[in-house]
Design a protein around this ligand. Structure first.
Ligand SMILES: *Cc1c(COP(=O)(O)O)cnc(C)c1O
Length: 412
């Protein structure tokens, strides 16, 4: 529901962002003039097309017949009984086709590209999750996909590279600089700028210049709309708390968006990694400061020179030194709560959910579970709805290699 007319009777966050893409002072578009023209065109096209009957109908049909939506809300009775705290529920985005929430915005972005007559989809990927989701969307729409990926990440994320190739995407190795995500972004932007008329840049989260934070949130909003309705139907009331992990922040914004006007506490969980020292975590909202990166103003983790700091998380989908501008706005205005979970807490939660419920979570999502387990002790009479953003199949080899001994424990 972008571009809703401002109304004094509505809380301010309902009308965000403004016409220039600002959520309060966060967001905007800090980009070269040539790129600004492309962003203006995408923005214009999005606002025109997203309300058209054909677009809405096709996206709805894709969600039902291809993605398998709606995904269920599930009450974790075993886990809730075991911890003797708040009642814990999951929004099962791990059951979305391809096993995570990312396909929600990739199908939306690719459908927009189809309506615009684009001939190629371009994106960067870090761990490969966004690349796989976009390659899936490209196969569905028969639009060629070009994924830029750091050479180091290509070596580390072999299964996802293979998936992208099977799905027909071209993987472009990026061999300059540190050869990871940041260089992949630069390389993908260069490729897009070389051919902006026939290609479309598809960002992987609620980050980047306007209109991407708005667009990606709107494509993810389906998660929150479904979850709110399903939870009400299941329990007769709203959840006391909604918890989601935050890397760039797309799965969190998707579920938060439907609860912003409700008396529901919204918790965004960032990775505390190995500890509080700079370089050991990616807890941007807790430890970061205002700054511009990747074309938008937000909260970021900076090194001594003011450049994006190195970050760490056991979940590669969360190790980003900034956060979507709407999260920065909602947190600094007091509407959302920033929480953290360490690597160790996350691995423990990964095993607890697997053992108690038969659900292996993605390590990203396990951060939200770990935080919810801590929160559950503080509010034993309440309910907690976790956005389980993805399934953990991609993480099982890593977990057993690094933490195999924990699989021997029987006391989860
Ligand atoms: C990529 C990813 C995330 C982090 O992305 P957000 O934009 O912060 O949601 C979280 N969970 C899973 C399973 C992912 O693949």
């Amino acid at each position: 529901m972008p571009n809703r007319p401002a109304s004094p009777s509505l809380p301010a966050h309902r009308t965000q962002p403004d016409a220039k893409g600002f959520f309060g002072k966060f967001g905007g578009a800090f980009i070269p003039p040539q790129l600004q023209q492309q962003m203006d065109e995408i923005n214009h096209a999005y606002h025109r097309i997203c309300r058209s009957h054909d677009f809405v109908r096709e996206l709805r049909s894709i969600r039902t017949h291809f993605q398998g939506r709606p995904t269920p809300v599930y009450y974790c009775k075993n886990l809730s009984d075991a911890i003797d705290g708040a009642r814990i529920y999951l929004k099962r985005e791990d059951l979305n086709h391809t096993g995570a929430h990312k396909l929600n915005h990739c199908m939306g972005e690719a459908l927009l590209a189809k309506f615009l007559g684009k001939k190629k989809l371009i994106a960067e990927t870090g761990a490969g999750q966004h690349g796989v989701a976009l390659a899936t969307a490209g196969a569905y729409f028969s639009i060629p996909v070009e994924i830029h990926m750091g050479a180091i990440d290509i070596a580390k994320q072999h299964p996802n590279v293979v998936r992208m190739k099977i799905l027909g995407a071209t993987v472009v190795p990026v061999t300059f600089g540190a050869q990871t995500l940041k260089e992949a972004v630069d390389s993908a932007f260069q490729a897009y700028l070389a051919d902006p008329v026939s290609s479309m840049y598809c960002i992987g989260s609620v980050v980047g210049p306007h209109p991407f934070p708005l667009m990606v949130r709107e494509f993810q909003r389906v998660v929150g709309i479904e979850a709110r309705e399903q939870f009400l139907e299941m329990t007769g009331e709203l959840p006391g708390n909604v918890v989601a992990c935050v890397g760039g922040g797309s799965n969190a914004m998707g579920i938060f968006a439907a609860f912003l006007d409700d008396p529901v506490r919204l918790h965004g969980v960032e990775p505390l990694g190995r500890g509080q020292q700079l370089g050991e975590h990616a807890a941007t909202l807790t430890y970061g400061e205002e700054g511009v990166m990747h074309g938008f103003n937000s909260i970021m983790l900076k090194d001594a020179k003011g450049e994006p700091a190195p970050v760490h998380s056991v979940a590669s989908g969360l190790d980003y030194p900034s956060v979507g501008p709407e999260h920065a706005y909602l947190h600094r205005s007091g509407r959302t709560i920033a929480g953290t979970a360490t690597d160790a807490e996350t691995i423990e939660a990964f095993f607890r959910l697997s053992r108690r419920e038969g659900i292996i979570p993605a390590l990203e999502s396990a951060h939200a579970v770990a935080y919810a387990l801590k929160l559950a002790k503080q509010c034993p009479d309440e309910s907690i709805l976790i956005n389980l953003s993805g399934r953990g199949d991609k993480d099982i080899d890593f977990v057993m290699e690094q933490y195999g001994a924990l699989a021997e424990r029987t006391d989860y």
